[in-house]
Write a protein that binds this ligand. Structure first.
Ligand SMILES: [Zn+2]
Ligand SMILES: [Zn+2]
Length: 294
């Protein structure tokens, strides 16, 4: 997360309230996410992690080759804090809606019985072990996307803290013009326009935001103007969907110059699912990972 929008409880509440007023259809789901984000903030203050060290030698190779600083599996996670947060998220989910409640009950039951092991679950998120989530969801008779989502959001405070610490290793003089995160290599979840129209991308895994080129597809590096397009609705001028004809992927863009209210990137991501539906109806594919596809 950039300093511009560091997650504070007030900022979360302000931005959720503003979006709810604009788009009442999202009220129920935002109620849930607001509590979840606030719980993450509480846990973030308790997380204890050793800093991740990168030697000068490795750092210079990474910079030269445009490699991200670390791989996802190299993130450190405070297991105790994440385990506690997983239970808390399940508790919030149980109060949210039927679909989430059903999944939450099954997850808590499996944690109690020891048939689901939290540290293993966390390590599978870091390793992006899709087969594990297929199998575990089948065993629990629950939705794979919800299981991945719950696990990932439980670890998010640790992941954010690692990303904030690692950001100190980035070369501030050289802009990162790639479509993957300079810290962890993750794909972007959201594109953000600020100030004079500078574009930045928000990492779907570690939440780092990096400034990048204005016109290109972050998923395939395509920069041919004629194969890149976007669409938006007249009622929502602050949002658009950028699509690429080459790889058929899309990314949602929020224009902070048009959205005249507090912007919290992850709140924007959740409260623009109607744009995902339109894009997917057009045969476009989201470039975001499973834990954010809820
Ligand atoms: Zn990242
Ligand atoms: Zn593309």
């Amino acid at each position: 997360m950039s300093e511009k929008e560091s997650m504070t409880a007030d900022r979360i509440k302000e931005s959720v309230a503003a979006v709810k007023a604009e788009r009442p259809a999202y009220e129920e789901i935002l109620d849930f996410y607001e509590k979840l984000f606030l719980a993450q903030e509480v846990i973030k203050r308790q997380v204890q992690l050793e800093p991740i060290k990168i030697s000068e030698e490795i750092l210079s190779v990474k910079r030269e080759e445009n490699f991200p600083l670390i791989n996802k599996e190299d993130f450190t996670v405070d297991t105790k804090a994440s385990r506690g947060l997983l239970r808390e998220i399940c508790r919030l989910a149980a109060e949210a809606n039927e679909m989430l409640a059903e999944a939450a009950l099954k997850i808590v039951d499996a944690l109690d019985k020891g048939t689901l092991d939290a540290p293993v679950l966390f390590s599978k998120v870091l390793n992006e072990d899709d087969a594990y989530f297929d199998e575990a969801a089948k065993k629990l008779e629950t939705d794979k996307k919800i299981l991945a989502f719950m696990a990932y959001f439980s670890m998010k405070p640790s992941i954010s803290l690692c990303a904030e610490q690692l950001a100190t290793y980035l070369d501030k003089e050289v802009p990162w013009k790639r479509g993957y995160c300079p810290i962890c290599g993750g794909p972007p979840v959201l594109s953000i326009l600020r100030g004079e129209g500078e574009r930045s991308l928000l990492c779907s895994f570690c939440g780092h935001e990096w400034q990048t080129q204005r016109i290109y597809c972050p998923f395939c590096d395509n920069n041919e103007q004629k194969t890149l397009h976007y669409f938006f609705s007249e009622e929502e001028k602050g949002y658009r969907v950028d699509a690429c004809d080459k790889c058929k992927k899309y990314i949602k863009t929020v224009d902070t110059r048009e959205v005249k209210r507090p912007v919290h990137p992850f709140v924007e991501q959740i409260s623009t699912l109607h744009l995902d539906l339109i894009a997917q109806e057009q045969g476009l594919e989201s470039g975001i990972p499973i834990w954010l596809r809820m």
